[in-house]
Design a protein around this ligand. Structure first.
Ligand SMILES: [Zn+2]
Length: 339
């Protein structure tokens, strides 16, 4: 019995020493100490040993077991350390390799222009305000002196949600919302998305952006309007830019005008860019209609104001010489990368 145990122990020790990795070592453990292992088999055979010899044999078995377990444990630690060393060696970081570049996107031309417009007007003391895209008919039309039967309120041009609510067709309703809340003096611009039931082509889109501007104060005249907008376009298109006003009609301003700027390509001589005119139409403007002031709770005897509205895309197309508005909405990387 003793010899058998010694042989088992020697075999186990040899195999433990020869184990090349943790998996082999585990197989050795199972082979000797597992349920069907060799040492376990000896324990099971104890019943055949004479009762007086059992304590002694038991002691041998326990000692053999203890030694095998200790050997297993120390070899396991050794193999684990070797595996960790190997892993660390393999995963070493080469700090001389070039770093991964973070791809930085490009700003959209509309964003660039809007930032520039906001910079110019906040520089003149204007506040930038926003209003809802889903708007009441009252703010979009009625409060701006556009009654129900007015041609500007063509149902075919407007996306109605129900009788009273629509997708705003202009940023002008923001003016009304500001006038209702704020006492003059008011100096504000309101950039935002507007919606009209237009077919998509090179110059039209059912969704585009406007920037509304308004000043309400005492003794505001058309000269203030002219001076402000001249300053704006000269900062936007160059200091030699000239302006020209043509009489126009808007329901919410009186008098109303459309403003042209001298072509910044040819300086007014006439070229392909300005279609030989020397002038480029840029925005609509006028003195706020007394009725609009009164409807918003401002006394037109005490306060006057001017307002203007400019298409954001219009400036983007001009400034970056883009000939098709659709390019601004298609998110084509090849196009956007140029800005
Ligand atoms: Zn020109």
């Amino acid at each position: 019995m003793k010899e058998r145990l010694q042989k088992i122990q020697e075999d186990a020790m040899r195999q433990i020493n020869e184990a090349v990795n943790l998996s082999v070592l585990n197989d050795v453990r199972v082979a000797f100490l597992g349920k069907k292992g060799e040492l376990t088999a000896v324990l099971k055979g104890m019943k055949d040993v004479a009762p007086e010899d059992r304590p002694k044999v038991g002691q041998f078995v326990n000692e053999a077991r203890k030694q095998i377990e200790e050997a297993l444990e120390s070899t396991k630690e050794k193999l684990e350390k070797a595996a960790l060393d190997k892993k660390l060696k393999e995963e070493v970081i080469d700090v001389t390799l070039p770093a991964k570049r973070n791809k930085i996107g490009h700003r959209h031309p509309n964003t660039l222009v809007l930032d520039e417009v906001e910079r110019i007007f906040t520089g003149m003391g204007y506040e930038v305000v926003e209003g809802p895209e889903l708007e009441y008919d009252y703010y979009n039309f009625e409060a701006l002196n556009i009654p129900a039967n007015h041609p500007a309120k063509d149902e075919q041009d407007t996306f109605y949600i129900d009788d009273k609510i629509l997708l705003r067709t202009q940023t002008s309703p923001v003016q009304v919302r500001v006038m209702e809340k704020q006492k003059p003096p008011i100096r504000m611009i309101a950039p935002g998305r507007v919606f009209r039931a237009d077919e998509v082509d090179a110059t039209h889109s059912p969704s585009f952006h406007q920037i509304e501007g308004m000043v309400i104060d005492k003794n505001v005249t058309f000269s203030d309007l002219k001076g402000t907008l001249t300053m704006f376009v000269q900062q936007m298109f160059g200091k030699d830019t000239k302006v020209k006003f043509r009489p126009h009609h808007f329901p919410f301003t009186e008098p109303s005008a459309e403003m042209d700027i001298s072509c910044f390509k040819c300086g007014g001589k006439g070229c392909r860019f300005c279609k030989g005119e020397g002038w480029i139409e840029i925005l609509g403007c006028g003195m706020v209609h007394p009725r609009v002031l009164r409807m918003s709770g401002i006394d037109p005897e005490e306060y006057q104001g001017f307002a203007f509205g400019v298409g954001l895309e219009r400036i983007s197309l001009l400034k970056y010489e883009i000939d098709d508005m659709r390019l601004l909405y298609e998110n084509d990387e090849r196009f956007l990368k140029q800005f």
